[in-house]
Design a protein around this ligand. Structure first.
Ligand code: PNS
Length: 161
């Protein structure tokens, strides 16, 4: 069996920063499941279906990427697809504490699943879905922050067309 990893997140919506991490993960693992999960501290703009559809569209050129969603614990999802690795992106030191907390919880829940951190390309170290939504809301230029289908979906959401 090949090396299977899960790349989890809220992806509300997917940005070039996420895509960078997914592409890097897909070079190392045989299969990468990009999974939209619920983050109980966030109130999403896009529905799960919309987020999945956008990820599917922009990851289409990467053959070993599959897109999925799960209502429940990340470690349970990972087990269900036979993944023993989780890929998370790190942008800056400010991400560290949050990521350490998630990783530690996941390790307590299932110590057989290892988390791997991938450093985002420097050009995306400031980028987040929240920043993108903020700029899009006020009709700012987001063409260098998100792929075209995401840009269009954001414009539609904020009725800027
Ligand atoms: O993109 P995000 O919001 O930083 O991703 C966080 C996410 C969705 C990966 C995390 O909240 C998660 O794993 N949610 C599923 C529920 C779970 O497993 N919680 C325990 C670990 S925090």
């Amino acid at each position: 069996m090949g090396k299977i990893a899960v790349c989890p997140g809220s992806f509300d919506p997917i940005t070039y920063g996420h895509l960078d991490i997914i592409q890097r993960g897909a070079k190392v693992f045989d299969e990468v499941y990009v999974c939209v999960l619920n983050n109980s501290s966030k109130k999403p703009l896009f529905t799960v279906e919309e987020r999945v559809q956008l990820i599917e569209e922009v990851t289409k050129p990467i053959p070993n990427v599959k897109v999925d969603t799960f209502q429940g614990l990340l470690v349970d999802y990972a087990k269900s697809v036979n993944a023993n690795a989780i890929i998370r992106g790190l942008r800056a030191v400010s991400d560290f504490e949050y990521e350490m907390q998630i990783t530690s919880v996941n390790r307590v829940l299932n110590e057989d699943i290892e988390t791997f951190f991938v450093m985002t390309n420097n050009q995306y170290s400031f980028l987040s879905s929240s920043i993108v939504k903020e700029v899009a809301k006020y009709n700012g230029n987001i063409s260098e922050l998100v792929p075209k289908p995401v840009e269009e979906a954001l414009k539609k959401k904020f009725s800027l067309d």
